[in-house]
Ligand binder design. Structure first.
Ligand code: ADP
Length: 494
């Protein structure tokens, strides 16, 4: 059904209520003014009819959402208030004219049939994105308070944790078109081609607003600009920045981008008014893995301990879990069986761990090392830490003092030194932490002249940490056990 022929339920309800009210008022007025008595029950039948009309109108208005869902499920598209407002706005600008320029392009929106129900676990991520869904569903609530939602949301996390899936779920929940583009698709040979594609994407999205634009692996175009070479990539990034500046927060286009690493992105992309909302996704913890397995095995007959499987798959991404279940089912079919058994799971696990893709599951010892690393981090930072959290909770003040900078170095080093103290041996766990600690120390020496030598500073903090953590070894071991059990340490567990 075309956009123009869409039924505008909202408007019709209002009209119905208005007409019924006018009719009731007219009826009473006529009765009052009338000098001749009309015989029989026709007055009361008429009156009853009008009241029924009013009651039906109020009932329909109250159940508007359910009725809208009913029509939507049957493929009859109903316009939201937001769509109407936007259609009015868009007809005023020249978007339709510009659209002709790109008639033959392959940038097209899809309708997402994924909703939050299809995304297992990651409750906090869903919660963060619910606001955007609510904004797209009932914009008036926000616009009337002058609230502008972020134009851009950046999803940061390793591959296979559901960044694309959750973006599609936002589009599905809000029932808006979903424009998918991978960052790499903008990388072109000829200067200007990538920029043209970005422009085209935004023109199309604005024309079908409210809409979600999803740019996967945004780092392909969003890497820090060096000022030298690669004119094409820079032109493309500049166009993306220009486009993001060029629409208002209430235009109904929300750009969601995904990346594995936020620190390679150009600062301009992260500035206010662009991707100023960030949502971090990590590998699923035990609870998430249980929920993901539950989702995939919902209608299957199984004869193995699912909780144990969740426990034994630490290190698997959500995508790896989905592949694991799929491989296990394939094996079950091969065995001509109807019940999924432990043997299917074991064969699938071996295939994934040692096959071409080499998906990693942490063994007992590796998990213990990671648990000590995270437990030491939690102990020093005194904050909630999950097993696969990559970020280190830092102090962040605009004008950090010498002590605050030293505290942040300590926080970066805590995990590695904790493992060294408890295991009485050094392990190569996380080199990023060491790099970050050295960066702060170097800034203290070179930029702020607070110290003479960065390495000396690092060594001093390391020694202090060694002594603090070995004095608290029992506490760290206790936290480690909590982490091994729950894959998360909460703030109330110190
Ligand atoms: P990313 O974009 O982070 O690389 P994807 O969203 O493409 O990951 O996820 C790949 C696949 O993994 C999805 O199509 C889905 O089958 C599965 N998956 C990922 N996260 C989840 C989740 N939270 N719940 C259910 N399935 C998931």
């Amino acid at each position: 059904m075309s956009q123009n022929s869409n039924k505008n339920l909202d408007k019709n309800f209002k009209l119905m209520i208005l007409s019924a009210t006018i009719l009731v008022v007219l009826f009473f007025y006529t009765m009052y003014k009338s000098s001749t008595q009309i015989e029989g029950s026709s007055y009361y039948v008429g009156l009853l009819f009008l009241f029924l009309l009013l009651v039906v109108a109020i009932f329909l208005k109250l159940k508007q959402d359910k009725i809208k869902d009913y029509f939507d499920k049957r493929g009859i598209k109903t316009n939201s208030a937001f769509e109407n407002e936007l259609q009015k706005q868009n007809s005023k600008d020249d978007i339709t004219v510009k659209n002709h320029e790109f008639e033959n392009s392959n940038i097209k929106a899809v309708t997402s049939n994924i909703t939050f129900k299809d995304v297992a676990g990651i409750a906090e991520v869903k919660e963060e994105l619910e606001e955007i869904v609510d904004f797209l569903n009932s914009p008036k609530k926000y616009i009337s308070h002058g609230v502008k939602l972020p134009k851009g949301v950046l999803l940061v996390g390793p591959p296979g944790v559901g960044k694309t899936l959750i973006a599609r779920a936002v589009a599905g929940e809000a029932d808006v078109p979903f424009f998918y583009q991978s960052g790499a698709s903008f990388v072109q040979i000829y200067v200007g081609m990538g920029a043209k594609k970005v422009r085209e994407l935004f023109i199309k999205a604005k024309a079908s607003a409210p809409a979600i634009v999803f740019i996967d692996e945004v780092d392909a175009i969003g890497k820090k600009r060096t000022g030298t070479s690669n004119d094409e990539r820079e032109a493309t990034l500049n166009e993306l920045l220009t486009q993001m500046d060029g629409f208002e927060g209430d235009s109904g286009v929300i750009v969601i981008a995904a990346t594995n690493k936020i620190d390679v992105l150009d600062d301009a992309l992260l500035r206010a008014g662009r991707f100023d909302r960030r949502v971090f996704l990590n590998l699923p913890n035990i609870e998430d893995r249980k929920q993901i397995l539950n989702l995939y095995l919902k209608d299957k007959k199984i004869d193995f301990d699912m909780d144990k499987l969740a426990d034994n798959t630490a290190g698997f991404s959500s995508a790896a879990l989905s592949t694991l279940v799929n491989e296990a089912l394939l094996n079950m079919i091969k065995r001509k069986a109807k019940i999924l058994e432990q043997v299917d799971i074991e064969i699938a696990k071996n295939k994934l761990q040692f096959g071409k893709k080499q998906m990693k599951i942490l063994n007992e010892e590796q998990k213990e090392i990671l648990c000590i690393y995270q437990a030491s981090k939690a102990f020093v930072c005194k904050s909630k830490v999950a097993l696969f959290d990559e970020a280190v909770p830092l102090l962040s003040s605009t004008y950090p003092s010498y002590n605050e900078l030293i505290e942040n170095i300590k926080r970066y080093l805590a995990g590695n030194i904790g493992v060294e103290v408890i295991k009485r041996q050094q392990y190569a766990v996380n080199s990023e932490d060491l790099k970050n600690a050295l960066k702060i120390a170097t800034d203290m020496v070179e930029k702020y002249k607070m110290a003479n030598d960065a390495n000396e500073l690092i060594n001093r903090v390391k020694n202090e940490l060694r002594s603090e953590l070995s004095h608290n070894a029992n506490e760290i071991n206790k936290l480690k056990e909590i982490m091994q059990r729950n894959e998360v340490i909460l703030e109330n567990e110190f």
